[in-house]
Each structure stands twice: as C-alpha cells, then as structure tokens.
Ligand binder design. Structure first.
Ligand code: SUG
Length: 461
C-alpha cells in the first residue's frame, strides 16, 4: 500500500469523493462492506445454502477471512470506487442471552447455553451487508429523500438477531439524511433478506432507478401452515408480500417497480438469494436463464420501466448449469463503475477456477456491446465457505455529495482507516477456530473487546 503511494498509485478514495461533481443531484454509489467478526466459524446454520452445509464443523481462520474482506474493499477504493465499511455486531449477543432468561457472568452462561443455540448468538453473519437493508436513493423516491428498510432476516434465528442492531447502526450512520424505517414485522409471511433480493437499474449514475424486487414465494400459507407457490426442497426466504411492503415504504413510484419470482428450481439448486443468480450495475445485467419464473418477461418489464435498452448477458443452462452458478458464485460478482465511466467485474476466485463460469465471463466481456472492460478476481474464501461472495459483502448506497457530508462516523475507507482496521484485526482475531471453541471463555473477552475497539475506531461509540 505504502509502496503504491510512493509510486503515485491512485489509491485514494478520498480523491474520488472530493472529485464528486458539485451538484446537489449528482450521485455516486458507495459500497458499504461488512467487516467479518472474530467468531467467524462454520456451524452449518443455513439450510438451502450449500457452502454453509458443506463446510459445517471445518476449521475457520477469522483473521484471514476478515483481512480478505478488507482487501477486497481496499481494492475497490484503489480503483476509485467510493468505499465504506459497516461495523461488526456485539458477539456473543448479550441482548439475546438476557432475552432468553440467562443471568450472571457471560463466561458461565456460555457453558450452560444449549449446543443448538450457541452458534446463533455468536454468528457473525452481519458481514453480509447485502442482507442488511434495502435502500432507495433520494433520486428515486416520491418524497425526494433516501429511504432505508433494515431486513428482518426472519427466516433463520442467527440472522434474525441482526435486525435491531443493524437498524440502530444504520440510524447512527444515515439518520442525518435518510429515513431509516423499522424492519418488516417478524413473521414468515414477511420474510425479508434485504438488498440481496433487490436490484436497481439506471441509465447512468445519478439517474432515477427502476427497482426489481425478487421473491421466492408469495408469503401465503395453506391449511397446513406451509407456504404455497415456492420451492419444494429449500426454503424461500423472501416473500412477495414483504417485497410489496418494501416498495411502499421506500416510496418508489409504482411504474418504476418490477416484481419477479425467483425460479423455485433455482432455489432448490441452492440459489437462496437473487444475488446468487443475477447481478447488475446501471443498465448492465448478467444473469442465468433460470433465474426467474419467467426470465424473458422480467427482462422486458425492467426494460419497459426504464424506457431504455439494457445490456443483458444471459447464461444458458447448457453452457453453465445452476450447479456451476451456485458452486462458483459467478453471479455474485460486483459490477462497478470507475471514475472515468469504465465498468469492471469483481468476481470471486471460485468463478475463475470453474471453467464454465470463466468461459461465461470471457464470452460476456468479448461482446463488443458489453460495457464491462475487464475482470478482477478476488480471494474471499473465508466468507465464500459460508456462502457469501463479493456482492454479499456490500450494501450499495447511491448518494449525492450533500448526503455524503451527512454520513456519520469514520466509515469511508481511506488509507489511514485501512491501516487502523488491519491492526485491529491482527490484534484481536484468532487464526484458527472450530465451532467447539465458542465455549472458550477467552473468546468472550476477545470478541467483546474487538467490538468495543471497533466502535471507537469507526467513531460510532
Ligand atoms: O444467510 N450464511 C449466509 C450467507 C449470506 C450470503 N448473502 C447473500 N447472498 N447476499 C446465509 O445463508 C452461514 C452461517 C453458518 O453456517 O455458520 C450463513 O449464515
């Protein structure tokens, strides 16, 4: 990093933000990446998420995983893409331990907690900030202000513990300029997993967006209490009624909203979020032909609502099976716009290693109409082993210069913050961990200390 600076490498996010056009309406998209917590482990908590099940009980390396995430964020900042971070949450979750009636010293409580609850109150899944919330920037809303709805993550206990803390964090950081709503009611009918099931299309940065909400089931239950019209094997975490509520809360004009059902076959093949099978930036869209129930209709609905052509690269099943897509996470790539307007693809290493995924990327990039000029592969294996790729780790927030000034906390990633965070990780994180280590009394101290140190570093205390 320092060497790069000496060579005059343009690595300063600060430069990008300073160069933001000085007009109230000009907007840039900022990626808010989640930091990976010190109790990162493989507990196999997520049914329908193949990586989580396959890596259950394997050894993790929390330090390496967190540094991999930070390096991805720094790479984007170096490329000139506005980049910020969101904090880890308090783990173990004292709030949940007390809510479950435990009293006394946390170290003692952790010996008592049953084996099925323990990994839930220690889970660091808030790292996947694509699941933190759904955001509509001020350019897109009827009332002209940014709206944010934190996800209730109702479907799984470990993820549902994030919702209230996420809301508090988002309020702290964005409350000065955005309306931060409550999460949707915590019921299976309103299961909401945030931006991972949402896409925003525009004709360019700063232009108003068209919002696609993907869902896995209608949210209606039958006489047996089972959700109807959804996958047969794996759970559908996002419901249509939840997505409809989001569109209302975000205050997006109806004609700029599209709803799309994720294909039940895709969910049954391991596509537990839309961002495992579909990715976009502005009007560039990479997806699998089996992404939605009726993929051609979804594309034409978006195109019509946008009133402009899209660049669509759609993988065919014969070239790239759903299994390949899920194993390689090729559609969990980020497409980002660089300061000069060039787009690049940030893809997981696993997509480079899978010949069919790599061929899909190469074919897409070789299309003369494709606005993406090149691909960069990133190593995020720690996160990937729990089912989270490059796009899962970031929440996109498009904001104007004026709004940017109102973001609270020291969250924009410049060289100094990157340095402080790296030191913080090296000071507090272990290099090996197994789920059984969650009973280690020392982990309580380490984990709570890391949380409070970070609050100070990010000036969120
Ligand atoms: O919800 N994995 C997360 C992965 C989330 C990925 N996010 C997006 N696709 N946007 C999940 O399934 C596994 C935790 C464990 O097994 O220990 C987990 O929660």
């Amino acid at each position: 990093m320092e060497q790069n600076n000496k060579k005059g490498y343009d690595c300063s996010l600060y430069t990008t933000l300073q160069n933001m056009p000085n007009q109230p309406n000009a907007q840039l998209e900022v990626n808010f990446d989640g930091l990976i917590g010190p109790s990162h482990n493989f507990s196999g908590l997520s049914p329908g998420n193949h990586a989580s099940a396959e890596n259950k009980d394997k050894e993790s390396n929390p330090q390496e995983a967190c540094l991999q995430g930070l390096n991805k964020a720094r790479k984007l900042a170096q490329l000139g893409v506005p980049q910020a971070v969101l904090p880890i949450q308090e783990r173990p979750s004292l709030e949940y331990l007390y809510a479950l009636g435990y009293k006394g010293r946390v170290e003692d409580i952790l010996q008592e907690v049953d084996a099925s609850t323990l990994p839930n109150i220690y889970a660091v899944s808030s790292m996947w900030t694509a699941n933190a919330a759904t955001v509509a920037p001020s350019t897109d809303t009827r009332d002209g202000q940014m709206h944010i709805v934190p996800a209730n993550l109702h479907y799984q206990f470990h993820r549902s513990t994030e919702a209230q803390a996420t809301m508090a964090t988002l309020e702290k950081i964005f409350g000065g300029m955005a309306r931060v709503h409550n999460p949707l009611p915590g019921h299976v009918r309103f299961g909401d997993e945030g931006a991972a099931n949402h896409m925003r299309f525009t004709t360019g940065q700063g232009e108003p967006g068209v919002h696609l909400f993907a869902y896995g089931t209608d949210g209606i239950t039958n006489k047996e209490g089972k959700l109807v019209n959804g996958p047969q094997i794996n759970p559908a975490r996002q419901t249509r009624v939840a997505s409809e509520a989001l569109a209302r809360l975000l205050d997006i004009p109806t004609e700029r909203v599209v709803f799309a059902q994720t294909s039940p076959r895709a969910i049954d093949a391991g596509v537990f979020h839309n961002d495992v099978i579909s990715t976009n930036n502005e009007s560039t869209w990479l997806l699998h032909e089996q992404a939605y129930q009726d993929t051609p209709r979804v594309i034409s609905d978006v195109q019509q609502a946008l009133g402009s052509d899209l660049f669509v690269s759609m993988a065919k099943t014969e070239d790239l099976s759903l299994q390949d897509a899920v194993e390689s996470y090729v559609f969990n790539s980020q497409i980002v716009t660089l300061p000069g307007g060039e787009m690049i693809l940030i893809a997981p290493l696993e997509a480079q290693l899978n010949p069919r995924s790599r061929a899909f990327i190469e074919k897409t990039l070789s299309d003369p109409k494709c606005p993406i000029s090149r691909v960069e592969y990133v190593n995020l294996q720690g996160s990937m082993k729990n089912g989270g790729g490059p796009a899962c780790l970031r929440l996109r927030v498009a904001m104007s210069d004026v709004e940017k000034q109102q973001v609270r906390g020291r969250v924009f990633l410049d060289d100094a913050l990157y340095g402080d965070l790296t030191q913080w990780v090296k000071r507090n994180y272990r290099e090996t961990m197994l789920p059984k280590d969650l009973r280690d009394p020392n982990l309580v101290t380490e984990s709570l200390r890391a949380f409070s140190e970070l609050q100070k570093i990010l000036q969120l205390a």
